[in-house]
Design a protein. Structure first.
Length: 210
């Protein structure tokens, strides 16, 4: 069995230590960094993403798989920069101002990273200005806003307005999600994409960036 398949399978099982050792072995064997990333780590994470979408695995399995992936990517990061491997795209993500819920946001972040996107995580309680300023400074193609409370959803509309005022509305895609959010609400506030789960969000983001 190829070492890349082993990386993928151990990642799916959440065996972080084994994944780290196998990634190091693959590097030592001279396997190209991009190949280790795509055929080892990302292929494993995308299988987890699909299973999560189909309710075959749940949040805890996703979290341990993501932890295993992070162990592997830490070894690859310095080499990726040297090899000129570019991320598929760049996203800034956060939970909107007034809201401190982050489980959903963290899941989306992991799924995005699992698809090869670079993610700037702004955390929780993020103002509309911070989302927009970060997108400008970090050159993000996508702004992802999460909310779990009906009382904080309106901040998403502020993000759309601020992006328009800053003159970047045609350059960034605004994605929204969270329990009280719907596709109708997305259309109403003029955001671009609503998805109901983390795996679908990652798929949508990849489509935007490609």
């Amino acid at each position: 069995m190829s070492i890349l398949v082993e990386i993928s399978e151990n990642l799916q099982r959440g065996k972080a230590k084994v994944v780290k050792e196998l990634v190091q072995q693959a590097i030592d064997q001279g396997i190209p960094v991009e190949q280790i990333l795509n055929e080892g780590l990302l292929s494993g994470m995308s299988i987890i993403g699909e299973k999560f979408k189909n309710n075959e695995v749940y949040v805890p399995e996703v979290l341990v798989a993501a932890r295993a992936m992070n162990q592997g990517t830490q070894l690859l990061k310095p080499l990726m920069a040297a090899a000129g491997v570019k991320a598929v795209g760049k996203v800034c993500i956060g939970t909107v101002q007034g809201d401190l819920h982050d489980i959903g946001k963290n899941l989306v972040k992991m799924m995005l990273e699992g698809k090869g996107l670079e993610v700037v995580d702004l955390g929780t309680d993020v103002s509309a200005e911070t989302f927009v300023n970060t997108a400008i400074e970090q050159n993000c193609q996508i702004i992802c806003c999460s909310a779990l409370l009906t009382t904080t959803m309106n901040v998403m509309e502020d993000v759309v307005k601020k992006a328009t005022e800053a003159g970047i509305r045609d350059k960034v895609t605004i994605m929204i999600g969270g329990a009280p959010v719907s596709d109708d609400y997305c259309k109403k506030i003029g955001a671009d994409i609503y998805t109901s789960d983390a795996a679908s969000a990652a798929d949508a983001a990849v489509n935007v960036c490609s």
